[in-house]
Design a protein around this ligand. Structure first.
Ligand code: AMP
Length: 205
């Protein structure tokens, strides 16, 4: 049975960094749809050219296109033991499509990990990212748009996974190492257990 994780959270919550680390430590590919799209844009492929204006504006690429992208990606051989999705699903139709895909293979999502962050910390992280990463879709205007899009289209997934008892909430305020240790607290390295209940990890725990 493949181990399937979803990492959720607003842009700037640090989920990409944690996903990279978590995937590497467990030998699971870290599938970042944003990184896939940026690679296609940089390479000037047909897909890249098609999505460039949308990505640069901070809007979402169409569900159909993203679902096709993920359907192909998770069939690749490096996903034979599982995979970690970062940035997908981002809308309810995407989450439903993923459920349908996994139903076809009788597979289940192990956990949807939500990286919670206060607005204040989020804003200061995004401002730092503008200077360090120099991403074309990281202007102030685009970042604000991406947060709005997250709140409107992606945040409903929190309830979607909560209702399925798959949501695990991690307090993402703090250093990369602090967040990492909260994550490892919930998913210890030698753990093969599944996580059927909603739980929350924060500074207070
Ligand atoms: P990210 O690196 O995850 O923040 O994604 C960067 C951009 O890629 C987003 O702002 C969207 O334009 C696009 N994108 C990434 N993943 C998705 C998705 N699952 N659905 C729609 N658009 C996406």
């Amino acid at each position: 049975m493949r181990r399937i994780f979803i990492f959720l959270g607003p842009p700037g919550a640090g989920k990409g960094t944690q996903a990279e680390m978590f995937g590497a430590e467990r030998g699971l590919p870290h599938i970042s749809t944003g990184a896939m799209l940026r690679a296609s844009m940089d390479a000037g492929t047909a897909l890249g050219n098609k999505v460039k204006a949308i990505v640069d504006s901070g809007s979402l690429v169409s569900d159909t296109l993203m679902i096709d992208l993920i359907r192909d990606r998770i069939l690749q051989s490096d996903c034979s033991h599982g995979f970690l999705l970062d940035g997908f699903p981002r809308t309810t139709p995407q989450a439903e499509a993923l459920d349908v895909l996994l139903k076809e293979t009788s597979e289940k999502i192990e956990a949807a990990v939500l990286f919670n962050i206060s607005e204040e910390v989020l804003m200061s992280r995004l401002s730092a990212r503008r200077t360090t990463e120099n991403r074309a879709d990281d202007t102030t205007e685009t970042q604000l748009k991406r947060i709005k899009v997250y709140e409107e289209q992606t945040a409903p997934l929190i309830n979607y996974y909560k209702e399925k008892s798959l949501l695990v909430s991690i307090d993402s305020d703090g250093t990369v190492d602090e967040v990492k240790s909260r994550l490892l607290n919930v998913f210890p390295l030698d753990s093969s257990a599944t996580f059927p209940n909603t739980r929350s990890v924060s500074n207070q725990n």
